[in-house]
Design a protein around this ligand. Structure first.
Ligand SMILES: NC(=O)c1ccc[n+]([C@@H]2O[C@H](COP(=O)([O-])OP(=O)(O)OC[C@H]3O[C@@H](n4cnc5c(N)ncnc54)[C@H](OP(=O)(O)O)[C@@H]3O)[C@@H](O)[C@H]2O)c1
Length: 249
């Protein structure tokens, strides 16, 4: 059994360099975790880690492409080796390759599934052995309202997010007896690089569907992740916590 080398709970957050993932890294670090933040763009990631380090928070970068299963598993294993523990896993990194499904290329389907769904499976598998030994673990997968409602132009993305919900519920059932919880957070439209690219007329249409009449902020999604990672959420597992301004109620 790995020796416990870090007194702090250790959290591994994919897509931690910007958007919702950046807010999750900040929330978990403020809540007292040591956070490993993962992304491909080294410069952006190091800038964030330095900024948080100056604020006294305990964050380290891991530069890798999570679609590379071997690299992802190796990164999680080295995190466990280094710190002797892994308490919280947040599968947040996600991509879109939108297009009408009749014209969608196989590659656009595969890329989205590999990054959004297969990587989460690989990361959960790599993290679970240590969590089982510790009889503690919090797995939090960032899904989407698209995975619940479907979305025209997003068959690949909606399938990946619906798949993530099924994966999470199955893991929740398999690992519950080890006191490991697994939940999804499903954001609605949230202001990040992912939604900044939407044309103004689409944004206006979307706003009409949101009872609260605004997009969410990354911090509002991260607050739910922080709650699920914390002590108060120990009896919640297999759930999809929707943070969408009421859009899919
Ligand atoms: N924004 C929304 O409205 C919304 C709504 C519902 C669900 N979500 C979900 O919330 C999550 C975060 O979304 P976001 O809006 O914050 O996205 P974002 O602003 O585009 O940020 C995505 C993050 O993931 C990282 N990333 C992407 N592909 C990666 C890969 N292959 N390997 C490693 N890191 C990778 C990016 O860093 P690099 O590019 O440097 O790798 C970045 O840190 C996603 O799962 C998304 O599907 C978002």
């Amino acid at each position: 059994m790995a020796e416990l080398k870090n007194q702090k709970k250790v959290a591994y957050v994919t897509g931690g360099s910007r958007g919702i993932g950046e807010a999750i890294v900040k929330t978990l670090a403020l809540d007292g975790h040591h956070v490993v933040a993962v992304a491909r763009n080294e410069e952006k990631l190091r800038a964030l880690v330095n900024e948080l380090g100056h604020l006294g928070q305990s964050v380290e970068p891991a530069v890798l492409d999570i679609a590379d299963s071997a690299a992802l598993a190796a990164s999680i294993e080295s995190t466990i080796e280094k710190h002797g523990r892994l308490d919280v896993l947040v599968n947040n990194a996600g991509i879109t390759r939108d297009g009408l499904f009749m014209r969608m290329e196989d590659k656009d389907f595969d890329d989205v599934i590999n990054t959004n769904l297969r990587a989460a499976f690989v990361a959960c598998r790599a993290a679970s052995r240590t969590m089982i030994r510790a009889k503690f673990g919090r797995i939090i997968n960032i899904a989407s309202v698209s995975g619940i409602m479907g979305n025209a132009g997003q068959v690949n993305y909606a399938a990946s997010k619906a798949g993530l919900i099924g994966l999470t519920k199955s893991i929740a059932r398999e690992l519950a007896s080890k006191q490991i919880t697994a939940n999804c957070v499903a954001p609605g439209f949230t202001t990040t690089d992912m939604t900044d690219i939407l044309p103004p007329q689409i944004k206006d249409k979307v706003l009409e569907m949101i009872p609260l009449r605004r997009f969410g902020s990354p911090g509002e999604v991260a607050a739910m992740v922080g709650f699920l990672a914390g002590d108060a959420a120990g009896y919640i597992t297999g759930q999809v916590m929707v943070v969408d301004g009421g859009m899919c109620m």
